[in-house]
Design a protein. Structure first.
Length: 298
């Protein structure tokens, strides 16, 4: 079954809604980074949030999420854009902790309960938008909820879930975001709070065969209008050509050191875990290009 992300409105436009099934996306992240179950859950939750937040942007907008907690995972980094293209990594992918007191993967223990959640949005303006809030739980759903309320001043509910099998494979992954728009009547706000409190876990709904639209209807009823549906996918912007350009910017002296000391270069992309290998001969060509960039004196 393909992944799917939908966005829409409900209750006569009083709330904005997003829901996603990201099982394939999270599976690809798990495969590329060889994450252990707790790390998979944390990375998958952040990636799912990133996919939904990315499609909130317009046109060529893109964003970066950084989760910097004090847990053993280290930093989680997610890139996403308005086309629901996502990539990401975690500093320490081989983190797996005993289950928490609820018998679930201990994401908070892995992320940590102290630190910061940063969101950087490139909206095509001169300066990017930067928002930062303290980590409030480490479970990530609550942390993104707090981010929207404090940094963007939008009352929101964020639900994220990743179900991992004993062989490290991803069974289900998905999430939802519900945002209250100005002017929502108090009785509808109370209705929404009650619906959120009684909503089954996202992965439970996915396990029952629910679609992202079906998940939203569980929460807000039939009065939901879907405006867009797309497939969130893993996509990295790295390429051999980009790596070559980066190496050239090191300058001829640094490239000469690589050639003389190592005789090769292996460049790893953290986002997709691909390695680009360069031989001494290829580095010599890059050294020539770097030398040509330096203006000659009179």
């Amino acid at each position: 079954m393909k992944d799917e992300l939908v966005r829409g409105t409900a209750w006569s436009g009083g709330i904005r809604v997003f829901a996603a099934r990201t099982t394939r996306l999270v599976s690809e992240l798990q495969r590329r980074h060889d994450t252990f179950p707790t790390a998979t859950a944390a990375l998958g939750r952040a990636a799912t949030a990133g996919a939904m937040m990315g499609v909130m942007l317009k046109d060529e907008g893109k964003l970066t999420i950084q989760v910097k907690g004090d847990g053993p995972l280290g930093q989680i980094v997610i890139d996403a854009n308005a086309r629901a293209e996502v990539r990401g990594y975690v500093d320490h992918p081989h983190v797996h902790l005993p289950s928490n007191r609820f018998g679930k993967l201990d994401v908070a223990g892995a992320v940590g309960t102290s630190g910061y959640l940063n969101v950087i949005k490139d909206l095509g303006l001169r300066e990017p938008y930067r928002g930062s809030v303290p980590i409030v739980s480490g479970e990530l759903g609550e942390d993104f909820t707090y981010y929207f309320a404090e940094s963007e001043q939008i009352p929101s509910v964020v639900g994220l879930g990743v179900l991992v099998d004993t062989d490290n494979s991803v069974i289900h992954a998905g999430g939802l975001i519900v945002q209250v728009l100005p002017g929502l009547p108090e009785d509808q706000l109370q209705r929404l709070e009650a619906a959120v409190a009684s909503l089954p876990h996202v992965t439970q709904l996915l396990d029952q065969g629910e679609t992202p639209e079906g998940i939203l209807k569980h929460l807000v009823g039939e009065d939901v209008t879907i405006h867009d549906a797309m497939e969130p996918v893993f996509r990295c912007q790295c390429s051999r050509e980009r790596v070559e350009r980066t190496l050239v910017t090191l300058g001829p002296d640094e490239l000469r050191s690589l050639i003389d000391e190592d005789g090769k270069a292996d460049v790893l992309c953290h986002f997709c875990n691909e390695t680009y290998a360069f031989t001494a001969e290829e580095l010599e060509e890059l050294h020539r290009r770097a030398s040509e960039r330096i203006p000659k004196g009179d």
